[in-house]
Design a binder for this molecule. Sequence first.
Ligand code: ATP
Ligand code: MG
Length: 663
Amino acid sequence: MNQLIDVKAVAPPKQSVPRKGSGQVASTEEYQALYRQSIENPTLFFGEQARKLLHWYRDFDTVVSGDFYGFSNPPSWFNGGLINACYNAVDRHANETPNQIALIYEADDERLNYNVTYEELLARVCQTAQMLKSIGVKKGDIVTVYMPTIPETVYTILAICRIGAMFSLVFAGFSPNSLRDRIQHANSRVVITTDQALRGGKVVETKSLVDQALEGTDCVEHVVVVERTGAKVNMVEGRDFSYNKTVPTFGVYCPVEWVDSEHPFFLMYTSGSTGKPKGLQQSTAGFLLGTVLSSKHVFGVSQGDVYFCAADVGWVLGLSHAIFGPLLNHATTIIFESTPLHPTPTRLFDVIDRHKATHLYTAPTVLRLLRQHDEGQIKKYDLSSLRCLGTAGEPIAKDVWEWYFNEVGRRRCSICDTYWLTESCMVMLTTIPGVSNMKPGAAGMPFFGVKPKLLDDKGHEITSRPAEGTLVFKNPWPSMARTVRGDHQRYQETYLKPFPGYFFTGDGAVFDKDNTIFITGRVDDVVNVSGHRISTAEIESAIMTAQAENLSIASETAVIGVNDDVTGQALNAFIVLEPHFQDKGHAKVVEHAIEHVAKGIGKFAVPKRLFLVKDLPKTRSGKIMRRVLRKIASGEEDQLSDLSTLSEPAVIDHIIQVVKASS
Ligand code: ATP
Ligand code: MG
């Protein structure tokens, strides 16, 4: 905590001040006044925002009913209202500005790029909706979407909500077993996929993976196949058919099915960083408000912006900020099918310049990768269209933050470190661009309607500042997940029961003297060495800032605690060296990194064991799976539990070997 409470603030760059007429708060005073209202009178605040930012077919009677205390059912929002997500994201803008570009498809191979206007988007969505209706999809059904990030995925998702059905998004590339579990969990009659997917020039055999997943399931009646590459794939007679051949035969209008505010919207799984992924169910109006608010007030998105969220739409970040956030706010969004390294590590910058993107939103894992590959080429890009740079998903180390600010943002753009969860579907903590001071590594201040609190181990609120503890939220917000589908008990036990009256995030935090909030990592990752409570994120940050020869030593690192007879717990660090140091004698650089930890935090924070590895185990959404490292470092590699979201299984064997070789 010592280091975190002293982080100096960086003033918000003037260029990132919201544009006039964007409707976004433009000063600290304005932000504080609105925040105060959102806390003192949430009914007034959320009611007003819901009416202002969304179109209602029938107005709601009440804003919020219920609280966390009656945790058998989470609060419900906007009862009595009738709404449709697709109408809000598409129709109202297609009616007003039919020729405005809604989607910019940035294909894996950029020669295949094309744009889609709002009018075209509406037509494609309606045709897709008609197709779904023709095979019997109706209100209440759950369609499984196993698709890469391409325009047809956007059409499909919007079509499903247009007709009042629900979607379950499964990242394309999940193994057949994980996909089967998810299809069965949703009891889907229809699965939509592609013949193949392309990511970074590599082919993923999506259709074949679906076929394997369907072996042993009997709920699926139809598989709709979008022809992404045109490859000849197995088609099961009577069950499978081509999207491309059927959809154009339908008319370009399909009426909207207005649904109740609390109508189930989609099923989305958490990343699986801390255990088996939770299949969270969202409701319609709450999600829409949480997303439109985050996009408008955190990123200041409005018509004229070109928003670039470089995440896959199979994760909540992509769903909320590559699709719904920009579309609800009448902007243009880039649908990015590729990877940041394809065909070269400057792909993202190339995309920004070509499309004059106003925002970039990505995760620390991508930034670490880009920094690792940055050999000065980034300077050749103009990047002057950018106003705001977002990051989410993990704490961002100070030096990575600085690299983002200096090299990508050229000190002109605010960095929005946004803290949120699949469960929240709304940004909960953030920096407001052009308004708030930024502290490198801090998630910032609470967003509208969010009351963050720090609890001590006994569950009492800590009111002194600076302070460190467990982060919880005191009050409900519209877009909180309503349940873990099929296992409401898990929902209660995970979020509501640990500290009755609060929503438990599972994360630790430091509130500094200005009440700026730093996420210190998962509470499960807090280590206690000889009585010192140590946040592993802080040690990781220190290792990441260590330099030799004017270069960073580590490109990635993960610190974990394992049981130790003498000290209670002992720190173990896994370090991936920067390429420059990988082939050199390691001993000196590593020693240097350790000294840096000792100097910056204290001797007690120096890891007892240190492993140099080539890569770290990560979820498919790019988060480090520390629970896996903990098991391996404890010699319990036979008990790694749920690995369904692990992205590179080969990394595990490599790490087991490194650990074994050193013991
Ligand atoms: P699971 O719940 O299955 O273990 P997960 O928590 O990684 O997986 P997500 O919902 O994708 O699933 O991620 C939410 C978590 O990501 C938060 O609880 C927090 O630990 C981390 N996180 C998100 N944004 C930030 C941020 N800006 N700074 C620090 N940590 C963040
Ligand atoms: Mg989680």
